[in-house]
Design a protein around this ligand. Structure first.
Ligand SMILES: *[C@@H]1O[C@H](CO)[C@@H](O)[C@H](O)[C@H]1NC(C)=O
Ligand SMILES: *[C@@H]1O[C@H](CO)[C@@H](O)[C@H](O)[C@H]1NC(C)=O
Ligand SMILES: *[C@@H]1O[C@H](CO)[C@@H](O)[C@H](O)[C@H]1NC(C)=O
Ligand SMILES: *[C@@H]1O[C@H](CO)[C@@H](O)[C@H](O)[C@H]1NC(C)=O
Length: 926
């Protein structure tokens, strides 16, 4: 009889203990991305001479150097090297066999990283941009035992080659390049160092100039320019310069890709090879694959591509005869393919990755040593899309004469980076998501249906609503058989507390929204905010040529995603559930549009025009002050529900909010005078509702801004002036119809065209510890829940949610709050805000390079969905007033039921005793 009570108490205690369980990693998700790996800077490498397992190293187009574990695709370490990750830069990453560092070069910086854990070994600032980095395999008398030196070629006005000590990063010698020739690449033989320069002639073409240097003292030993038949129309026709004695060649083609020319570095003659056509199609692209290891055979592969086929030729270099010979060809296959080079002992292997097969040959003969079918690439593309490999690296496991296993990391045309083990997909990294240009929340068709039904019920009279609901439940009966089948499973999961919160079809909380992202490579990629570990679907929205860019704008209406982009002035609509294209429409106007009014930035000003009237004249024009430029224009969100038109004060009186749907915050800057001006505009009338001037502003720091409801916020960095102290500031302003309670200062109905007066604006300035590069705000369905201001902190790679009450401009200054103010939750104003550890939404994770944060209301009022993108992708759910309408993750149905059962059993057990006691008390005499 005691037992059930004890059990119940035990279970209750266990539940209390679970209250503090961290919800992190449950409701939030983080894709730590690298960007697109580049062909020349991606390789398998053993992090130290003692380790057997290799890692995949890469330096991406976003200037991020990083290492991925080939077993699971997880990042081992990474560093953002480029100053600006949104710019796509050229970089170098080198590793030498048996060395435990990798060396990167990008922009004006060369750095050596511990290969195993990414610690910085040394770094070096250069005068000009880094044009090439090579590890010097030479063991000459200048070399330090055990480490290999590094050659760094820099360009710009002061082109130079430096030999850097591999252990310490100090300079051993420097060769200053004379003349204006462009520093192109560096190559080392077993005795000499060669600098390859591009010499621009008077006629506008390029000639290749080679300078050879003594590796010990850096003195010039020889110099020559390749003969006149080696003229290059453009520098793009240079295919490759081998880095070392395994591939001591410079190869290039003519502009039409009809002849391949190869020069052995150090010799002045050039060999020519004809390039065939295939099916009458000219070759569009030629590229070279050569081994990187010094002690391997001097064999290389030339990869040819036409519009719809590809093949390759393998060449051998005979160094004693100074001759290059074609050895064999790999067959022409339709579609695109990629080749990778692997070295084992001195042998060189070439692996070909085509759309459905992986084959490996030895560089010595064309016999196929291994062949694997590509089963599944693990990417969520449409059935009709052909996914092609762009480039690949492979690691072979060789047993005797055959290849027992192969791992290949392939970059696909979709922007996904996948690892195939013997042709089977092991992991997929959606690196295209590192280049999101625009994103939006949408809901799936199933949820949209439910939401509409609920809406109908909410807006009809009780009887009609009741009938509607009964009908809906009858209609749902047809789903019963399916539900019954899955019921035992759901029951078990619910019982054991292991359930995820249901699939997309049964999304009663609205947590499973679809996030559609338009990426730089012209794709539309959808994630499920409720189960974010996989890509829902991925579609090529527009086909872009190499190097072409677009400016997509995504919006959504229920389960339809609209995409507008000014590249081809098109408006496309997609089904959010499956990514199918529903509609295409051409447009002519290209403007930032809000309801019926479009804005263009014209003549340095802002021009507003009506969109619903053709050739409409300007409604209003905003010109910034002289020498000022428009920095940014941030409108109030279109969907910005407000629960109450006033703020209820502690004494039950009301302060009326100035609620104008058409306000926007415009920031202008004067970079010569370090001034930033902030204007709050009425975007229909053009009236300035509020303005502020900030002097002594550091304009190299970001200015972030935000408008919502009746308030606005912006953040900037002051560089010491008479008016404001030095430091990072967050300024919040709140607009009221009148500052006296119960008084509607702006009489009557609101009309934006009959402006009845300016709002009364209260502002407060706070000092914050670091700059904010992006501001956003949480959104909930009805706008009842209090808000969090979301801020991205670039310096600490973090995203924080600051409660609005902390920033409220009505915080009393210089005195403690009165009783009434305390009742409202107002605190005494303090000029400095420290970021509370609980505000960090990313917890301890490093969220790199966010450029935008979007939010969407869930179906439950308490919760706002948050999604940040830029470099990494980060999403979470924020309950600014607590999750008052959702049971916590730690709520365990089994425990609750067990407690009820336990109490019931206890009641049943105790009842006879109580009864007996009652009877006794009446009948027993004491
Ligand atoms: C980074 O580069 C992009 C593209 O060139 C540019 O628009 C952006 O302003 C740059 N950001 C910074 C912080 O320099
Ligand atoms: C290079 O050519 C010489 C002379 O024909 C020949 O003896 C030698 O084997 C060749 N070397 C290679 C690596 O093919
Ligand atoms: C989108 O696709 C889903 C599933 O195929 C379908 O049920 C829904 O009706 C479609 N929505 C639109 C707007 O076409
Ligand atoms: C406000 O609008 C309502 C409905 O449009 C109208 O009946 C009322 O007269 C207006 N009030 C004023 C003061 O204009």
């Amino acid at each position: 009889m005691r037992l059930p009570l004890f059990a119940a108490a035990y279970l209750l205690l266990r539940t209390t203990a679970a209250v503090y369980a961290d919800e992190a990693w449950n409701v939030d998700y983080h894709y730590a991305l690298l960007g697109q790996p580049q062909q020349d800077t991606t390789f398998f490498h053993q992090p130290s001479s003692s380790s057997k397992a290799s890692l995949v190293y890469t330096l991406s187009d976003k200037g991020v150097v990083g290492t991925v574990n080939p077993r699971d695709g997880a990042i081992v370490w990474r560093h953002a090297l480029a100053q600006n990750v949104s710019q796509h830069s050229r970089g170098f990453l080198r590793a030498a066999e048996g060395q435990d560092v990798v060396v990167s070069g990008i922009e004006n910086q060369v750095a050596a990283w511990s290969a195993a854990d990414g610690r910085l070994a040394w770094d070096l600032k250069t005068d000009g941009p880094v044009e090439d980095v090579e590890v010097l395999e030479l063991d000459d008398k200048l070399a330090t035992a055990g480490t290999k030196d590094v050659l760094v070629l820099t360009g710009g006005d002061n082109s130079a080659l430096q030999r850097i000590d591999g252990a310490s990063g100090t300079k051993k010698w420097q060769y200053q390049i004379e003349g204006n020739d462009q520093a192109y690449q560096v190559s080392a033989s077993s005795t000499e160092v060669f600098v390859i320069l591009l010499h621009k002639t008077m006629l506008g073409y390029y000639k290749i100039r080679v300078v050879s240097l003594d590796s010990v003292d850096g003195h010039k030993t020889d110099e020559y320019t390749l003969s006149s038949d080696s003229e290059l129309a453009t520098q793009d026709t240079i295919l490759s310069v081998g880095a070392n004695s395994a591939s001591p060649i410079i190869a290039w083609t003519d502009a039409t890709h009809t002849t391949l020319k190869v020069n052995l570095i150090g010799s002045k003659s050039t060999a020519s090879f004809n390039i065939d056509k295939h099916n009458d199609q000219a070759v569009e692209k030629v590229s070279i694959q050569a081994p990187y290891h010094t002690n391997s055979l001097a064999h290389f592969l030339v990869h040819y591509e036409t519009a719809d086929s590809h093949w390759a030729d393998v060449f051998h270099i005979n160094l004693s005869k100074n001759k290059i010979e074609k050895s064999y060809s790999l067959p022409k296959l339709s579609g695109k393919g990629a080749f990778s080079t692997s070295v084992s002992d001195a042998n060189v292997y070439f692996t070909r990755i085509s759309q459905d097969e992986i084959t490996t040959v030895s560089s010595a003969s064309h016999g196929v040593l291994g062949r694997w079918k590509v089963q599944d690439l693990g990417v969520a593309v449409g059935a009709s899309e052909r996914v092609t490999p762009v480039h690949a690296v492979s690691e072979l496991s060789i047993k005797g004469d055959s290849i027992s296993a192969i791992r290949t990391a392939v970059l696909l045309s979709t922007g996904d980076w996948v690892l195939l083990r013997n042709g089977n997909s092991v992991w997929t990294r959606p690196e295209a998501l590192a280049d999101i240009e625009s994103a939006t929340f949408a809901i799936s068709s199933a949820v949209e249906e439910l939401a509409q039904e609920l809406e109908t019920e909410a807006h009809s009279n009780p009887v009609a609503a009741y009938i509607h609901r009964v009908k809906r439940h009858i209609a749902e009966l047809r789903l019963l058989p399916n539900t019954l089948i899955t019921l035992p499973q759901r029951f078990m999961r619910g019982f054991l507390g292991t359930s995820s919160d249901g699939g997309m079809a049964k999304d009663t909380f609205g947590f499973h929204q679809i996030i559609a992202c338009a990426t730089r490579n012209g794709r539309l990629i959808a994630l499920d905010a409720g189960s974010p570990d996989r890509v829902l679907w991925s579609r090529q929205a527009v086909s872009l040529k190499t190097g072409e860019t677009w400016q997509p704008q995504l919006t959504s209406h229920a389960d339809i995603i609209s995409l507008e982009h000014d590249g081809v002035k098109e408006h496309l609509a997609f089904n959010a559930t499956n990514g199918n294209l529903i509609m295409t429409e051409s447009r002519t106007e290209t403007t930032v549009s809000l309801p019926n009014v479009g804005y263009t930035f014209e003549n340095g000003g802002l021009e507003a025009k009506r969109l619903d009237v053709e050739n409409a004249g300007s409604i209003w024009h905003f010109s910034p002050n002289t020498n000022e430029n428009i920095h940014s224009l941030v409108p109030r969100p279109i969907n910005d529900p407000v629960a109450s038109i006033g703020k209820v004060l502690g004494d039950r009186r009301v302060l009326y909010k100035y609620l104008n749907p058409n306000v926007a915050l415009l920031a202008t800057t004067n970079s010569a005078a370090n001034i930033a001006n902030i204007y709050i505009l009425d975007t229909i009338s053009g009236a300035i509702l509020y303005s502020a001037t900030h002097t002594g502003i550091d304009l190299s720091a970001p200015i972030a801004s935000l408008v919502s409801e009746n308030w606005f916020a912006y953040s900037l960095t002051a560089s010491a002036s008479s008016e404001s102290p030095k430091g990072h500031q967050l300024i919040v302003g709140e607009m009221f119809e009148s500052l006296s309670p119960n008084n509607r200062g702006l009489t009557g109905n609101f009309s934006t065209l009959e402006t009845t007066g300016e709002p009364y604006t209260l502002t407060a300035t706070y000092q914050i510890p670091e700059p904010i590069s992006k501001l956003s705000v949480t959104q909930t369905k009805q706008g009842i829940t209090s808000r969090h201001i979301l801020a991205y902190l670039d310096a600490s790679s973090a995203i924080i949610g600051i409660p609005y009450t902390v920033l409220d401009p009505r915080r009393p200054v210089g005195r403690d709050p009165t009783k009434d103010e305390q009742a409202e939750g107002l605190l005494r104003y303090a000029p400095i805000i420290e970021f509370d550890a609980r505000w960090y939404l990313n917890h301890q994770r490093e969220v790199l390079g966010l450029t935008n944060i979007i939010t969407s209301p869930a179906l439950v009022e308490s919760t706002s969905l948050v999604f940040g993108y830029g470099m990494d992708v980060f999403g979470t759910r924020v309950g600014a007033s607590g999750s008052f309408d959702v049971l916590g993750k730690d709520f365990n149905k089994f425990q609750m039921l067990a407690t009820v059962v336990g109490l019931f059993a206890a009641t049943v057990g105790v009842a006879p005793l109580v009864m007996r006691k009652g009877v006794d008390s009446r009948w027993k005499f004491t």
